[in-house]
Design a protein around this ligand. Structure first.
Ligand code: BG6
Length: 468
């Protein structure tokens, strides 16, 4: 383009976190246990019990978010703070905590974007079958009703379930169950169905209880490239994009099981049991926008069914696992990777935004995007995270390209506002604009330090994206 469109004046420059990754205080003030508290985490076993101690330091943290210039802050509510056992008794202290947090944000003019559920299902529900048990639908609807009723007047933007597709496609990603056994695919697609019914009900409930509010799903979305011009590679790439992305969004937005997903499930005997009325509920839950978490893209070739198609290569993120006979991941010689093996692809964000918008015509919020790195704190209390500045700058440039293309993007919330415990790789894999002084096992003083990216992002926001 000769001339790029400017970011809209009301563009929501923001940043993200999630409850279990930032709060700590895992058993404080009446909080119940979640699956996160009860699972064995990956090898590096970060300490989720204290995390970044945001529960106790939220006022100071929000002051820093204000200094950063955030227009919005996307965080999640821990279900177990509100209803410790998932159903039944409501914990007033939990409600008070989030009410104070939201009030504090408003005091600084920061718009809250609230995720209802970000991986941390109450453990009591899990023990009763988790999402495979239909009763979890009612539990989620009831929990959401409590939040809409108490916080509804103070919150305009709600997100339903964070990365439902990750929960279904990578059930081990949020920690391995203690017995080390992952659910079967049949069970996972049943869970998926129940989450969809729950989400449909919750979206409709939100619209009836909070008419001024907007609500949407938050899925991990990415585009694929076919490895060669071989037609079979194109089919495999389409399989990948549909089974891992579109089929989830088709259900969340159009309320329909995608034909290809349904065929895939039937072929394997993995179709969920659908009760009468379920599809109507799913259809009647209409999102106002789509939130996407975007980190990277995939490059795909045909899989002829060899076992090696499913093997991760050293350093690869889990999302790159193949599926014999369906798709096979390939290296992309045009793209670099982060230290943790995640593919870096800013242009892929523009492509993903175009495709999502073209398919659903709904406004889009980028609810996550970022680079995990083992940042170094220097003796003079600086953190030179130039790689993060470069990463975010390149992605913002592509958002502006997409805006110029005509895509409606209304906010950008990089992961993360402040360092948090990584879901898969411990505390030293950092994402924040603000450094938290703690190690993997040594909690040190938890002091907050502004990284170079903090000062840089501050300027981006001040100039409404004129980063030139
Ligand atoms: C997203 C999740 O999938 O990726 C976050 O919503 C997570 O919770 C983020 O932290 C980055 O992944 P990781 O494993 O590097 O923490």
């Amino acid at each position: 383009y000769n001339k790029l469109k400017p970011f809209p004046d009301d563009f929501l420059w923001g940043a993200s976190t999630s409850a279990y990754q930032v709060e700590g205080a895992w058993n404080t003030d009446g909080k119940g246990l979640s699956v996160i508290d009860m699972m064995n985490h990956s090898t590096e076993s970060a300490d989720f019990t204290v995390a970044s101690d945001h529960y106790h330091q939220f006022k100071d943290d929000i002051r820093l978010f204000h200094e950063l210039g955030l227009k919005t802050y996307r965080f999640s509510i821990a279900w177990t703070r509100i209803i410790p056992n998932g159903t039944g008794e409501i914990n007033e202290q939990g409600l008070q905590y989030y009410e104070e947090l939201i009030d504090e944000l408003h005091r600084y003019g920061i718009e809250p974007i609230v995720t209802l559920y970000h991986f941390d299902l109450p453990y009591t529900l899990q023990e009763n079958g988790g999402w495979e048990n239909r009763d979890t639908i009612a539990a989620f609807v009831n929990y959401s009703r409590v939040l809409f009723s108490r916080l509804g007047k103070k919150v305009t933007y709600w997100l339903t379930i964070n990365e439902q597709n990750t929960l279904i496609l990578h059930p081990g990603a949020v920690g391995m169950p203690k017995n080390g056994e992952l659910p079967s695919k049949k069970s996972l697609y049943q869970q998926n169905h129940h989450m969809l019914v729950a989400q449909g009900e919750v979206m409709a409930l939100c619209h009836s209880m909070c008419p001024q509010a907007k609500i949407g799903p938050a899925l991990n979305m990415t585009s694929m490239y076919q490895a060669t011009s071989k037609p079979e590679d194109a089919i495999a790439a389409h399989n990948w994009e549909t089974l891992r992305g579109w089929s989830f969004l088709d259900l969340a937005t159009r309320g329909e099981y995608n034909y290809l997903l349904w065929r895939y499930l039937e072929e394997r005997g993995w179709q969920p049991k659908i009760e009468q009325g379920d599809l109507k509920i799913i259809k009647e839950g209409n999102p106002d926008f789509i939130a996407i978490n975007y980190y990277s893209t995939a490059t795909i070739s045909e899989s002829t069914g060899e076992k090696s198609d499913v093997m991760p290569r050293a350093g690869d993120q889990q999302i790159m696992l193949g599926e014999p006979g369906v798709y096979r991941p390939e290296e992309n010689p045009f793209l670099d990777k982060t230290k943790y093996g995640w593919i870096i692809d800013p242009v892929g964000l523009r492509l993903t935004l175009r495709k999502v918008y073209e398919r659903y015509s709904l406004p889009i919020l980028i609810s996550e995007n970022g680079i995990g790195a083992p940042d170094q704190l220097n003796d003079d209390l600086t953190v030179h995270d130039t790689y993060r500045i470069n990463f975010i700058k390149a992605h913002i440039e592509q958002i502006q390209q997409a805006l110029t293309d005509g895509v409606e993007v209304f906010g950008y919330c990089p992961w993360a506002a402040i360092d948090v415990v990584s879901t898969h790789q411990g505390y030293n894999k950092r994402y924040g604009f603000i450094y938290v002084n703690r190690g993997e096992f040594d909690l040190m003083d938890l002091k907050r330090v502004k990284k170079d990216s903090f000062f840089w992002y501050q300027k981006v926001i001040e100039s409404n994206g004129a980063i030139g």
